[in-house]
Every structure is written in C-alpha cells, then in structure tokens.
Ligand binder design. Structure first.
Ligand code: OTN
Length: 451
C-alpha cells in the first residue's frame, strides 16, 4: 500500500485490515455448492442421507476451475461440509463422509482435488464449513466445539493456503458455539484468510452478509457498520452499512447462478443470463460490495454447459467494456493537493490518487475529453484503505450546451460503477456533494456497455 502521509493524508475512521485489502482487490469469488444434496435433489439435507448415494461419475475439478477463470473469477470457495454434515474430505471425526461413499471406493478427497486444481490454475482457494451439522449427534452441545475444532483444524492445516473461511449462519441463530476458539484456529493456521460470518462470530469476522441472496447490495452500501447489526440473522444495516459505523466489515453479495444453491436438473433451463449476471455485477462489485457467485457442480461432478457459457459471455461483455476506458482528456478540479492532482484519476499508474485541499471537502472534478464520446456507465473508486469518506456524489455531462445530471448517490467506496442513460458528450463533471473527511479518489472510468 502506498504511504500517503507525504501528501498529508491519514487514515480516517475504521479502515480495512490486510486481509480485507486483498479481498477488496479480489472482488469476484465463486462458490461451489457440491455434496450430498447434489445426489438427493435437496437444498438442505437432514443428515439422515446415506454416503452410498454420493457418487460423481466424471468428477473433474479442473473443469470447474477452467470455467471460473474464463468467467474472470480469481478465488473459489467449496462447501467442504454443508448442513447435512456430509464431509467432502476423509475426516477422522465422523463416518458421514466421502470415505464411506462409492467415490474412488472410499479413497477420494474432493477438498484435496479442489485445492490442487486451484493451485494449478492460480486461483485462490477458500472453504465453507457449516457450523450447523444435522448429522452429528453432539451438535448444539459443548462437545460439538471439540468436534468442530477437530474438523476445522484438519482443513486449516492440511490443504495449503486458504483465502476465505465461510461461516453460514443458517440454522445457527439459537446455537451457542465457542466462536472465539474456532476463530483462533483460523487465525493461527490461515492468517491470510478473510472470515465471512455473523451472529456470535461477529467479533472475528472480516466480511458480512449483504442481507439477501438475490444479488444486490444496498444503495448506499457502506463498508462501515456497527457490530450489533450482525448479531441477529437479519438487519437492514447488513444491506446499507452505516456511515460512522464502529467497524470496517464490507458486504459480500452471495447469489447463485441458478434458483437453487445445489444442482437440480430441473433448473438446467433456469441459469441466469449474461445480462442478468452483468446487472448483478453492477449491484455488487459496482456498489462497493464483493460478489460471491455460486456455480453448483452437477451429478457428473462437472459444471453444466449452460452455466459455463453464461459465465463466459458475462465476463466477455464486462471485460470488453472495462478494458476500453473512454475517460481520456484534460482533468482538473476545484482544488488539488501537490502530488494528488486530478489528472491522476485517469493515470495508468493505479497507485496515484486525487485529493483536494483540506478546506475543500466537496470538490468538483471536470474532465474535458479529447473527443466527444457516447457513454452509458461511469466508475469511481475511493482509496478505501484510508477509510470510507464520501457520503454524496453527482455526475453530470455537457449536453447541447448545458450540464445535465446523469447520476447522484451517496456511497462510492471500493468501487462505484453505475449505468446512466446513454449520452454523447465531451465534458463530464463529478461533484462530491458531501464527505466526512477529505475525499481520496483513485480511478475515474467512462464506459459504453454494448447490449
Ligand atoms: O432460511 N435461511 O436460512 C435463509 C433464507 C434466506 C436467505 C438466507 C438464509 S440463511 C442466511 O444465509 C446467509 C448467507 O446467504 C448468511 O449465512 C446468514 O447468516 C444466514 O442466516
């Protein structure tokens, strides 16, 4: 991270830790919901299922990873154990696992295959270990903490470096776990892994749920929030965050490419379209939130062709637009700090920032474009490592001799990318209409997204 002290810029309010900085830059992660439910056609197993039913006939985790690389994703999380308690690795803590399944005659380890495939293709790996376990008879008692710590330690010590640990809150609102002990296992063995969670895990979580599984962050969706907003299963603040919140816990939009989280043949024709995935991208990564998109491997142990195609086309459309930033021209502002001039907003050097003078919390930035452009989206980013500062913005463009407002809102954060009505213009203005502290912006983008 750049040392901004030489520009008189210091952190403001709660700021991201080093794990959260990696997660913020990573942005897009894939979820793989795979397990006993894949073979029972359920979404929530009750733990009475038989390991004999788990038998992917053509399992190829490298095919999963190639599909997400084509989709522009950089990290993947596997459900090592879902609520039914069936484990995708040969854990010594229960017989309800892959070792008693027909897969590779009980000699399989899909968590191993997953982390090996991630490593081979340069994808960061994460794991989901459901706190709720409907098979384990000790669940809900003190001794379940020993059981869970045993399984968690197997995963945190036996499968290489992990980048995210996912604690689903489902089924655990009434449960009493030794979250501190569990969190210590993660921080001890996997210090780079962000922890997603809520409820009693809140003191140790880095990333929060966005409050829905429909694929949208709030407008605004601030990364600051009071911890008290996470200890219940749902609060409105999960979706909006809170300006002035006590902690920096950014939101993660978890959403499935299909209606369900696990694979169901009946949903093969219900895969989200590339247009819908792009809309979700604007409402997650484009709205100061992470995107965790679920792709459920099918009973063969492959990502279905329909899912692969939609993901590839989504990434093609997104990359094509973002790779052609139309913001080229002369940039100036109502005030500039030495070394933090407005031209930095369109510099190739992404370590540079724009910041106004201390006396100018509501700067106006103007870009006089080299030529008239047609645009239908814009992007701005705050240097979020120094805290969430902007609480109001307005974008306008010169159209037929007068400036017309194209967009206004509150939160910029790690990334704001917003669609606007298509316009042709040669001058664009960004007005920061309110801020808690000197705004620090690091990127300006003007784009045209093809239909
Ligand atoms: O019935 N549910 O448990 C449920 C219904 C709708 C949306 C979510 C849930 S569970 C919910 O899942 C979130 C992740 O998607 C978080 O893990 C929450 O803690 C959990 O309560």
């Amino acid at each position: 991270m750049v040392n901004y002290e030489k520009y008189g810029l210091a952190p403001f309010g709660p700021v991201p830790n080093y794990r959260q900085i990696e997660w913020l830059e990573r942005e897009r992660t894939v979820f793989f919901h795979f397990g006993m439910n894949t073979f029972t056609d359920k979404e929530w197993g009750d733990g009475t299922e038989s390991p004999l039913d788990f038998n992917p006939t053509e399992l190829d985790v490298e095919q999963w990873i190639r599909a997400i690389k084509d989709g522009g994703f950089r990290c993947a999380i596997l459900t090592a154990k879902h609520h039914d308690g069936f484990c995708l690795w040969p854990t010594k803590y229960t017989e309800h696992s892959i070792k008693n399944s027909p897969y590779k005659n009980g000699k399989g380890d899909i968590v191993r295959e997953f982390v090996d495939a991630c490593k081979k293709y340069g994808i960061k790996a994460g794991l989901y270990l459901s706190p709720w376990d409907r098979h384990e008879r000790t669940w809900g008692s003190d001794s379940y903490n020993d059981f869970y710590v045993g399984q968690l330690t197997e995963l945190m010590t036996g499968y290489g470096e992990l980048w995210e640990l996912w604690w689903d809150g489902a089924g655990s609102t009434e449960a009493v776990y030794d979250w501190e002990r569990w969190a210590k296992v993660v921080s001890t063995y996997q210090p780079n892994a962000v922890v997603f969670g809520s409820l009693g895990a809140t003191p140790w979580v880095d990333v929060r749920w966005v409050g829905n599984e429909s694929g949208f962050a709030g407008k605004p969706c601030y990364s600051t929030i009071d911890p008290s907003s996470l200890i219940y299963e749902y609060t409105n603040e999960l979706n909006s965050g809170k300006i002035g919140g006590e902690r920096f816990i950014p939101a993660e939009v978890d959403v499935s490419i299909r209606p369900g989280w696990f694979y169901h043949e009946s949903e093969d024709d219900k895969v989200r379209t590339p247009e819908n995935l792009l809309d979700i991208w604007f409402k997650s990564n484009g709205s100061n939130a992470g995107l965790l998109l679920n792709l459920p491997p099918d009973r063969r142990g492959l990502i279905h062709e329909n899912d692969v195609l939609s993901l590839k086309e989504f990434n093609k459309r997104l990359s094509h637009a973002l790779e052609n930033n139309l913001a080229r021209g002369t940039v100036y502002a109502s005030s500039e700090r030495l070394g933090c001039e407005a031209k930095n907003l369109i510099s190739e050097d992404k370590s540079l920032v724009y910041a106004p003078l201390d006396t100018d919390l509501t700067p106006e930035i103007t870009i006089e474009l080299d030529k008239e452009i047609k645009l239908n989206a814009f992007m701005l980013r705050e240097e979020i490592a120094l805290g969430q500062r902007v609480t109001g913005y307005e974008l306008s463009a010169l159209i037929n001799g007068e400036f017309q407002t194209l967009a206004k809102g509150k939160c910029i954060g790690n990334r704001l990318c917003e669609r606007v009505e298509p316009v042709s213009t040669s001058v664009v203005k960004i007005k920061i209409t309110s801020a808690l502290q000197v705004p620090i912006l690091k990127e300006l983008g003007l784009y045209y997204f093809e239909d």
